[in-house]
Design a binder for this molecule. Structure first.
Ligand SMILES: Cc1cc2nc3c(=O)[nH]c(=O)nc-3n(C[C@H](O)[C@H](O)[C@H](O)COP(=O)(O)OP(=O)(O)OC[C@H]3O[C@@H](n4cnc5c(N)ncnc54)[C@H](O)[C@@H]3O)c2cc1C
Length: 370
């Protein structure tokens, strides 16, 4: 019998789960409907940096999950035949304000490099060498180059994934849905029952699970970034992402798009209005390294809502005592990195396959859901 699966939320978690449900063995026995309203989606507002290895975070489970996420990207991109517009491995350059801190980080990175093949090569670069890799910088700092780092265009990434899945067993509905008290879905076509429901609603997870009497401990955080159109000579292709310490990231895309981001506002709830002060701050931050930028080059300002948990770590698995409701959320400010791994694990759970060693990656869901 064909199993009817619903996914609520079409960000990185929901879209990857949908892709794997269409791709992994057993997909012929599954039909998937994905409901995504889309407003405030963090995935399409994101800067898109995939480079977890030199993060200052010390949460071991987060790092194990993010590391596997970064490793999964090239395979996922290959399996789903995604374009270079969606994903590109350009490398990342990480900086430190203090030279000794940079050297210490470099030594740490060289040790990690030996047993982390997805990092690729690690190199210590002088300011001149950084400028050669990122010719658009006018004032380049010294830095550490990690060749395995990548950037994604979140909006493109999920729409290409969903397109692949909809060529197979996925139906997409662009609408807001809600659970009923008995666990069915309220949709625009009436109340519907599904055998399994994946809830991947990001910052809206608390609201999504309230009808089941559950309190999910996630809070919203506003994030803003700016897109600029910059004149880039044709030979400036595949420039790495720059991640300056304590400042905004600089993400160059081929063809003249430059992304600067992002802000982190904890006290603005689900507000999605772009703020002129944030725009100016992002421009000022980037101008330290590119002194030719002007406000007239800003072509767009994107705003999204991230989901945070108390321990800043994501969670995934079945809702306690309700195995047909699977959740994945709380991804925070670097959630694109572990996101595909969570989507993959949730798809495996739908196929009834055990998620081995999940304790290495997350605390039990009951820590995040009352
Ligand atoms: C400005 C910014 C910059 C970022 N930069 C990076 C970065 O460089 N690298 C990185 O790794 N991470 C980054 N992140 C974080 C990352 O984007 C998020 O952690 C991740 O995308 C969250 O994915 P998600 O699938 O959990 O949620 P989302 O992407 O938010 O998707 C949830 C979806 O569910 C939908 N939804 C909610 N409720 C319902 C409902 N009832 N019915 C139907 N649909 C519903 C929403 O509309 C939304 O489309 C950034 C985030 C922001 C905001």
């Amino acid at each position: 019998m064909v199993k009817q699966v619903a996914i609520i939320g079409g960000g990185i978690v929901g879209a990857t789960a949908a892709f794997y449900l269409s791709f992994l063995q057993g997909n012929e026995n599954i039909h998937v409907t994905l409901f995504d309203e889309g407003t405030g989606q963090a995935t399409k507002a994101a800067a898109g940096i995939i480079s977890p290895w030199l993060s200052k975070r010390r949460n071991k489970r987060w790092y194990a999950l993010a590391k596997r996420g970064a490793e999964l990207y090239p395979t996922l991109v290959h399996d789903a035949q995604l374009s270079t517009q969606a994903y590109q491995q350009t490398g990342t350059i990480v900086t430190r304000k203090n030279h000794d801190d940079l050297l210490a980080l470099y030594h740490e990175a060289k040790i990690k490099e030996q047993h982390t093949s997805a990092m690729g090569q690690v190199e210590l670069l002088s300011a001149e060498a950084v400028k050669r890799r990122l010719p658009l910088l006018t004032d380049a700092p010294e830095g550490i180059f990690v060749s395995g780092g990548a950037r994604i265009d979140g909006g493109h990434f999920v729409s290409e994934l969903l397109k692949r899945a909809s060529d197979n067993n996925l139906l997409i509905k662009h609408e807001r849905v809600s659970l009923t008290q008995n666990g069915d879905l309220h949709t625009s076509e009436g109340q519907k029952h599904f055998d399994t429901v994946i809830i991947a609603t990001g910052a809206w997870m608390h609201e999504s699970l309230q009808p089941l009497g559950l309190n999910v401990k996630v809070r919203p955080q506003k994030g803003q970034l700016i897109d600029l159109t910059v004149k880039m000579p044709h030979k400036w292709q595949n420039m790495p992402v720059m991640m300056p310490e304590g400042s905004s990231d600089i993400i160059p895309f081929n063809g003249g798009k430059l992304v600067i981001g992002a802000t982190h506002e904890n006290d603005e709830g689900f507000d999605l209005s772009p703020q002129p002060a944030a725009k100016q701050q992002l421009l000022d931050n980037a101008s330290v390294f590119i002194n030719t930028l002007t406000a007239a080059q800003v072509s767009d300002m994107r705003v999204g809502t991230r989901a945070y948990t108390e321990d800043f770590a994501p969670f995934f698995g079945a809702v306690p005592a309700q195995p047909n409701y699977l959740i994945g959320g709380g991804l925070g400010s670097s959630g694109l990195t572990p996101g595909p791994m969570i989507g993959y694990f949730l798809a495996q759970a739908v196929f009834g396959r055990e998620i081995t060693h999940w304790q290495d990656y997350t605390l039990p869901v009951s820590q995040y859901v009352d």
